[in-house]
Design a protein around this ligand. Structure first.
Ligand SMILES: CC(C)(COP(=O)(O)OP(=O)(O)OC[C@H]1O[C@@H](n2cnc3c(N)ncnc32)[C@H](O)[C@@H]1OP(=O)(O)O)[C@@H](O)C(=O)NCCC(=O)NCCS
Length: 332
């Protein structure tokens, strides 16, 4: 059986920096509150009209392909994770495939919020393991800034979420010690409404509903404390699932890359597993929570900063809307 090795990582963020002080001008919040509760000091938001989800995904993918020294024509399968889309349908995967100029190559979209990249990685890994494809591109790309309530009413969410994209190139290897060693996925739809955006839905589209502007339904809703309490339990559980499946323990990890939900969640998880913070990749301070893009962005930055080297044992883990959660253990 083949293994899926990660041979290239890429990321892209819009140029437009939004600081906590910028947010103070839009809503009743403070730099102190945001930093203390989330660890964020700034994030990137697109300039409306200048970026698309698929376009940002393409830029991240291009960097990953260049790093891997892989031509787009070698890509056999695209998995594209994003909560929303540039269009109602089709999804961003097809739009990005057109930009890559590889007609006919299958493109799959995944809408599993913050866990989207790990779900996508698991799918890509399985197609490689079964020998179907040799080269798979997995992307997470998100534009959150256009869909959040930037008034005081939506401040619990809008100070956290941000825009960005990340990508990874997977390539089949015969080396059983290298690549994605294991993946673990979970979901619990009982908590769907604890973190969600109800509209637009097929039942409530702008065409069908005259009160489409209703902010109670049209903007994301999050029961922050509830999400927090579940996250700090599910993260360690699913990380241990990956470690137990492969016979490793937290101390064997060279790097832990959590979904960048909130710095306090990251620190609580690291403390529970006794992973020292120098072995934890954190990008939230400057990039916020970019949902499906946060893990591939952080992984690409870790490669760039030399925190991931040949042979590094890296654990990815995510938790988010659905609820969904998952982990992956990778030997680079
Ligand atoms: C959202 C989150 C930062 C809020 O922090 P918290 O400590 O739970 O704060 P609470 O929601 O209890 O709110 C505390 C107070 O701050 C206020 N508040 C909320 N957002 C605020 C903001 N941006 N600025 C200032 N005050 C704010 C609340 O209105 C509340 O005021 P009150 O005490 O007068 O009622 C935190 O719950 C969290 O990070 N949850 C997990 C979120 C997450 O990870 N989501 C993504 C999953 S992928």
């Amino acid at each position: 059986m083949k293994n899926a090795q990660i041979i290239g990582c890429g990321h892209y963020v819009p140029e437009n920096v939004i600081t906590n002080h910028d947010l103070e001008k839009m809503m009743d919040t403070s730099d102190e509150w945001i930093q203390e509760r989330t660890g964020i000091i700034e994030r990137r938001w697109i300039t409306p009209g200048e970026e698309t989800i698929s376009g940002m995904g393409y830029k991240a993918a291009k960097m990953a392909l260049e790093q891997a020294n892989v031509d787009p024509s070698e890509v056999e399968f695209i998995v594209f994770a994003s909560i929303v889309g540039d269009m109602g349908f089709p999804g961003g995967g097809c739009l990005m495939q057109e930009m890559l100029g590889i007609p006919g190559v299958p493109a799959m979209d995944i809408r599993n919020a913050c866990s989207g990249f790990i779900y996508g990685l698991a799918v890509g890994d399985k197609f490689i393991k079964t020998g179907t494809y040799k080269t798979v591109l997995v992307i997470g790309s998100e534009i959150q800034s256009l869909g959040i309530d930037k008034s005081t009413r939506g401040r619990d969410i809008s100070v956290i979420f941000a825009d960005g994209a990340g990508a990874a190139v997977l390539r089949a290897t015969d080396d059983p010690e290298k690549g994605v060693l294991t993946t673990h996925l979970h979901a619990d739809g009982r908590y769907a409404k604890k973190l969600c955006c109800e509209w637009p839905s097929i039942h409530h589209t702008p065409a069908m509903n005259p009160v489409y502007e209703d902010p109670d339904h049209n903007f994301p809703h999050m029961e922050g404390r509830y999400v927090f309490k579940h996250a700090v339990v599910r993260f360690p559980e699913v990380i241990m699932e990956a470690l137990n499946a492969t016979g490793y323990s937290p101390k064997d990890l060279d790097l832990f890359i959590p979904h960048q939900a909130n710095q306090r969640i990251t620190e609580a998880v690291a403390a529970r597993l006794e992973i020292p913070m120098e072995k934890v990749m954190s990008t939230i301070k400057y990039y916020g929570n970019t949902t499906a893009a946060s893990i591939p962005m952080a992984m690409s930055m870790a490669v760039q900063e030399g925190k991931i080297k040949e042979g590094s044992l890296v654990c990815l883990a995510a938790f988010g809307a659905g609820f969904t959660w998952g982990s992956a253990l990778i030997r680079f």
